[in-house]
Design a binder for this molecule. Sequence first.
Ligand code: SF4
Length: 324
Amino acid sequence: MSRIFSGIQPSGELHIGNYLGAVKNWAELQRSYESFFCIVDYHAITIPYEPEDLRARTREMMVSLLAAGLDPSTSTIFVQSMVPEHTELAWIFNSVTPLGELERQTQYKDKASRMESVPAGILNYPILQAADILLYRADLVPVGEDQVQHLELSREIARRWNARFGAEFFPEPQAKLTPARRIMGLDGSAKMSKSMGNTVGLLEPPDSVWEKLRPAVTDPARVRRTDPGTPEVCNIYHLHKAFSDAATVDHVAVQCRSAGWGCIDCKKVLLESMLRELDPIRERARDLQAHPERIAEILAAGADRCRVMARETMTAVKTIMGLL
Ligand code: SF4
């Protein structure tokens, strides 16, 4: 069975953008692949943060992942810093990665251009990412288009290390491109993200979801109720495609184009579809939050499983490299 690895930042509760864009897909993939899902807290400390806040966000992310359908009985779900071999392998990869490769990374240039003083961790971030994946010798990494460059660097690092030590040890992980589902924020102007304040939380109560949906941006051509619209340009229509069944999506398009209903009617139907999917997730999250010991057990079991594999990899790597 092929092995997949995927990481997610400990950003607290998931929002529907990262649920639809990544985690829902992971819940599907875990049925067909040996799966490793990692909360990458070592990546998170490359930018300023508060320790208590990081701890809380990591726990909240774990609750969200489990509630969204990641299953600890079939997948390994763990926190990166609980498996120290991630940073150990990253150091080793530092020794075979040219600086120029790191400086060429678009995400590095992007982040660094907005910082007064750039921590080395921002530059070395893709090396740790390569270590995350290669520590488990994963074959596949589910990624969106925007992460393909980082994965290419992981492949390059695997190639360089194998060539340097004359060993075909690390596989070159392949991208498993996730279906392109770029969820826009409710302001309709940017990708849904916490930093833009345009998200709907995966665990938000129904009232609060509606408070956000009601004023959400739609097709600007629909100024009056009688103006026909173009569903393709409307974020609400794209959310229908994510949450509503095919018949409802067709109905939305017809009603929109013919001005058969107003945007509020359309959003009420969307709310129903969303709650159908989100209610059970919220329910599972409530149950997990009431039993924090269960979360701790799942994390410990995941880290134990990872440590065994990580030690095997590191023993082989160190032997090949002439380290004692
Ligand atoms: S009717 Fe629905 S799809 Fe059409 S513009 Fe309004 S909210 Fe968007």
